[in-house]
Design a protein around this ligand. Structure first.
Ligand code: AMP
Length: 201
């Protein structure tokens, strides 16, 4: 009972929550970050979305990253860290945030830690959404847009495996990692994450 009351307080809306959502392309992490944002009232911050907006606006950043994104490669760590540092300094992120698509490399994970230290804070939790390989491929083919060539889809998965997957072990060692099954309905995954967050306190 006491534990329940405490966890409800800790993870209900209007409390701090600094969360990273990790997952392969097609794991549904963007959808889950948005759903959690609505439930927990902290902003979902997607570096992919910020970059797509930069491309759409034709800014110098957008022009610089357009090709890299189109081929499924990663934008350089320094550019991404600058983007995140500025975004996390905004007022709405002061009480917490849900990061979607960042960090994606070990260097970015280290930058995140430094940025949060500068703000006098730290990550609370990392949630990994786990989806079996065959399901990722099935989803990627099903939602393929005209510009998503198969080689780009394959490249994204390869980049994830090489650059991003090591973060799972990194956060596990820090005791921050929670794994949630992602091959369920959107709502079931959201509930799974929320109950994981509640139990963790
Ligand atoms: P996403 O919407 O998260 O899948 O991101 C779309 C694309 O934006 C990626 O394929 C990368 O080219 C780029 N991108 C997004 N976030 C990052 C990041 N943290 N580091 C490097 N590149 C990124």
């Amino acid at each position: 009972m006491a534990v329940e009351a405490r966890s409800t307080r800790r993870f209900s809306a209007r409390n701090d929550l600094r969360l990273v959502v990790l997952g392969a392309p097609g794991s549904g992490k963007g959808t889950q970050a948005e759903a959690l944002s609505a439930r927990l009232e902290v902003p979902a911050i997607s570096t992919g979305e910020m970059l797509r907006q930069a491309v759409a606006s034709g800014s110098s950043l957008g022009r610089r990253v357009e090709r890299i994104m189109a081929e499924g490669s990663l934008v350089d760590d320094e550019t991404i860290a600058d983007l995140v540092r500025k975004r996390l300094a905004e007022e709405d992120a002061r009480r917490g945030f849900i990061l979607d698509g960042f960090p994606r490399t070990m260097a970015q994970a280290e930058s995140l830690q430094q940025i949060l230290e500068q703000f006098g804070t730290r990550l609370d939790t990392v949630v990994r959404i786990e989806v079996p390989e065959e399901e990722l491929v099935r989803r990627a083919l099903a939602r393929r847009r005209s510009d998503d060539r198969e080689e780009v889809i394959r490249r994204r998965l390869e980049v994830y495996r090489e650059q991003t997957e090591p973060l799972i072990g990194y956060y596990r060692e820090q005791g921050l990692l929670h794994e949630v099954a992602g091959d369920r309905t959107i709502e079931a995954v959201t509930e799974g994450i929320l109950s994981t967050l509640a139990q963790e306190v």
